[in-house]
Ligand binder design. Structure first.
Ligand code: FEO
Length: 164
């Protein structure tokens, strides 16, 4: 049986993961509007992954006889000045999510909730990948600089991302 405090924290994380999904979908919409279909593709896949993250928490709460309680989602930002700016926001967001996951681990350990601590380890590892993959894309943008042809090629490269 999960504690009330842990249950609330995991419900808050469902909201944070769903917001991540919403934010990346908003970035996808921005890229679609700007005709960067490759960047839009990458963001749509990222948005789907975030939905899957939310569902992992959803199913886990059920497994430990907790109650899922959904709350309102914050309105995501809808405009960016240029493609790199959206990816920089994505990076900041993943750093924030990593901190949230670490705080959840700390709470689980404090509560001696070893099952939840164990469940969260998947997210600890996932966040390493999440932050690193966006950082790698930002590095590519920096190499591309003002070169329009190279930017177009980067858009094509991210357009080849497929779902996991
Ligand atoms: Fe679910 Fe990108 O963290």
């Amino acid at each position: 049986m999960i504690s009330e405090k842990m249950e609330k924290a995991l419900n808050d994380q469902i909201n944070a993961e769903l917001f991540s999904s919403y934010l990346y979908l908003s970035m996808a919409a921005y890229f679609e509007a700007e005709n960067w279909t490759g960047f839009a593709n990458w963001m749509k896949i990222q948005s789907n992954e975030e939905y899957e993250h939310a569902m992992k928490f959803f199913h886990y709460l059920k497994e430990v006889s907790g109650r899922v309680t959904l709350a309102a989602l914050e309105k995501p930002k809808t405009e960016w000045n240029f493609p790199l700016e959206a990816f920089e926001d994505a990076h900041k967001h993943e750093v924030y999510i990593t901190k949230r996951i670490n705080d959840l681990v700390e709470l689980a350990q404090l509560e001696k909730d070893y099952a939840t601590n164990n469940f969260l380890q998947w997210f600890v590892n996932e966040q390493i990948e999440e932050v690193a993959s966006v950082a790698q894309i930002i590095n590519k943008f920096r190499i591309v600089g003002d070169n329009k042809v190279a930017l177009y090629m980067l858009n094509n490269e991210l357009g080849s991302r497929t779902g996991s």
